[in-house]
Design a protein around this ligand. Structure first.
Ligand SMILES: Cc1cc2nc3c(=O)[nH]c(=O)nc-3n(C[C@H](O)[C@H](O)[C@H](O)COP(=O)(O)OP(=O)(O)OC[C@H]3O[C@@H](n4cnc5c(N)ncnc54)[C@H](O)[C@@H]3O)c2cc1C
Ligand code: FES
Length: 281
């Protein structure tokens, strides 16, 4: 029997047109996708932290987190680093080409649940896109949150994604934004060091702050260690986990960690939930 939710075949991709391609770095591009079917486009919505399976016909399918503001209705962004077969094939596509999209899939970042809290966001490299999808609706509802602090780290100045957006965030008076690079260049006058070195530059009250982090596994490990050392409750540390995925809908078992499927129980987990895993993350 085919897997269905509300009459929708979970394995059936919907066609979407690539309406815009933005070069972010030497190996990373943002693709703005718009569903071809008007009715499907009108009823489509997603939450920050969810992901889509994108099929590049003839190459295969791969999961990508939503990178844009869920309040934006006509289209959405994914930001993709070219690492292998599917991602390189996607990078060959041009504006006007069509791909397949399944989703939205997975759980999402807590949003209404953190109204009233200070928010600390820590992103590394290609981990910023899903966090952007959280930051932008938070800025839309700015009065609902306390302080919003954003820390972003990348390998080099050129490896930073969304440079235009980082400039805007740096100028805003209603958020605190700090960025760093592992290795500077002749143009870079900012901070140098891994993202956790920015922790020395901020003061937060862990009791009234919820931290969100996304990035390479090694970065997440050190960020979580740093947050715990600052006194954060494991329940107030929210992260995403990446696992090899196939079906994306809890059927094949590829993404299992212990008794959880990252594709349906995740990809968003609190550190408290992660502590229950006996497998190494
Ligand atoms: C929930 C979820 C959300 C994701 N969101 C994004 C996103 O927003 N942007 C993005 O660029 N990627 C994202 N990824 C990772 C992305 O799915 C993989 O990069 C993609 O599946 C690789 O497919 P491929 O066919 O191009 O590479 P393959 O041909 O399968 O692999 C080529 C090489 O890349 C390596 N590789 C494969 N996957 C990864 C990975 N995740 N990290 C590092 N190296 C890898 C392989 O080990 C191999 O050496 C996400 C993954 C998950 C599970
Ligand atoms: S990818 Fe198939 S169960 Fe998660």
């Amino acid at each position: 029997m085919e897997a269905e939710v509300s009459g929708r075949n979970l394995y059936m991709p919907q066609l979407a047109t690539i309406v815009r391609i933005t070069e972010e770095t030497h190996d990373t591009k943002t693709f703005t996708l718009r569903f071809v079917d008007d009715e499907y486009r009108r009823q489509f919505s997603f939450r920050s932290g969810q992901f889509v399976e994108v099929s590049v016909f003839g190459a295969g399918e791969a999961p990508f987190g939503f990178a844009s503001n869920p309040n934006r209705k006509e289209d959405f962004d994914i930001t993709v680093r070219a690492v292998g077969r599917v991602t390189r094939a996607l990078h060959q596509k041009r504006e006007g080409d069509v791909v397949g999209v399944r989703g939205p899939l997975g759980n999402h970042f807590p949003f209404e649940e953190v109204f009233g809290y200070d928010i600390l966001i820590v992103g590394g490299g290609i981990g910023l896109p899903p966090l952007r999808s959280l930051i932008e609706p938070m800025l839309d509802a700015r009065e609902r949150f306390g302080r919003i602090l954003i820390l972003y780290g990348a390998r080099t100045p050129a490896d930073r994604v969304y440079k235009y957006l980082l400039d805007q965030w740096g100028k805003r008076q209603d958020i605190e934004f700090l960025q760093t690079v592992d290795v500077g260049d002749e143009t870079w006058t900012g901070h140098v060091g891994v993202v956790t070195t920015l922790f020395d530059k901020i003061q937060v009250d862990p009791a009234r702050t919820v931290a969100f982090t996304c990035g390479p596994p090694i970065m997440i490990k050190f960020v979580i260690q740093g947050l715990l050392a600052m006194g954060f409750d494991p329940d107030h540390i929210i992260s995403t986990l990446e696992r090899y995925m196939k079906c994306g809908v809890g059927k094949c078992g590829h993404c299992a960690i212990n008794h959880k499927y990252v594709c349906t129980d995740g990809p968003v987990f609190s550190f408290k939930q992660m502590q229950a895993f006996t497998e190494p993350l």
